[in-house]
Design a protein around this ligand. Sequence first.
Ligand code: FDA
Length: 395
Amino acid sequence: MGQFQTDVVIIGAGAAGLMCALTAGARGRRVTVLDHANRAGKKILMSGGGRCNFTNLDVKAGHYLSANPHFVKSALARYTPWDFIALVDSHGIAWHEKEAGQLFCDESSKQIQQMLLRECSQAGVRIELNCSVTEVAAGGPGFILESSHGRYLCSSLVVASGGLSIPSMGATGWGYQLARQFGHTVLPTRAGLVPLTLSGRHLEDYADLAGLALEHAGVSVGTRRFDGGLLFTHRGISGPPILQISSYWQPGAELHLDLVPDRDMVEWLAAQRQARPAAELKTVLSDCLPKRLAQRLCELGPGNLPIRQYSDKTLQELGRALGRWPMIASGTEGYRTAEVTLGGVDTHELSSSSMESKRVPGLYFIGEVVDVTGHLGGYNFQWAWASGHAAGEVA
Ligand code: FDA
């Protein structure tokens, strides 16, 4: 096995690593990307249901969770969604806006992966797959890496090894270990953008509704709320607003569902009692909720009598409860299905303009390994592109 001298070594041929590589390579730097997986950009391939939600037209710091909410601003301002769209357009990749600014490929996620690989190849980037890094040491100026492919000497080392989500796709905690080795703080990690689970009586209450979808609901934890389609699963609840709220939910936190967000249910139930007093409550509720759910809510709440038999007070309470239906989640489905990992390398110890370590010159952290997590909707890839670009411009 040989010894290789290069300018920049990037660990991780994922979204952030490839963007960093093509940017640094285009500056004339000699760049080598090492990845233990057998394929580059595996998460890109599986993203967005196979169509890669590669960015969002409305990217703001408020779409990201981090212990330091201002950290993302500089990199996001210097590499915008339009910069990435220009790259996509230059490769003739057709795309469309699905909803709320979310951009997807018309055809396949593979086009984004191939585009990045082509750009890397044009920039002279070397990508070593099936390569495990066993040891990293500071080597005077620069770094010495021992790997299954030999020894690498480099002046800049970029950690782009991602988070812990989907271990079957090659996710490891390697980047966190390396950060600790070099004296960095790693903030506690947990699964984000992930379905929530119910247990015990709370699971029994809803488990037989598995597969039932609600087209539009609101989900809130504290003052944070997301709206969208909800899905009951065998283990709990899922759907875009649940994935979104999972990043804000902590064990023990109260979760509330607004089951009929488009109607004032207090007024509506009063009007229904006037209009059809003999109708059973579940029949009335089935006008605005799936039948099986309407029936279950009656069972869990005020029963199923003709609506005229309920007092004003009971109907008002029910109307209000439908807007704030409590759900006791017991946990999340964990890293096995999570789209992202919350927490990670503390941004207070990184430069927000270059992603360089404030502790170790020449060491950079980019992408998901950093304590920056986006909302659902293309924000995580935009962070990978922007942070990768920021480091690629200086590494
Ligand atoms: P990423 O995980 O992409 O890459 C890390 C790389 O490091 C991997 O190639 C891995 O093999 C390698 N690695 C790990 N440990 C290593 C080690 N010890 N040695 C060598 N290499 C190592 N986001 C979005 O914006 N839009 C979307 O549509 C989706 N869809 C989506 C679907 C699914 C199923 C998931 C799981 C995630 C998404 N995401 C998403 C999130 C998005 O995929 C994620 O935020 C980015 O891929 C993060 O990019 P990184 O480059 O930081 O990590």
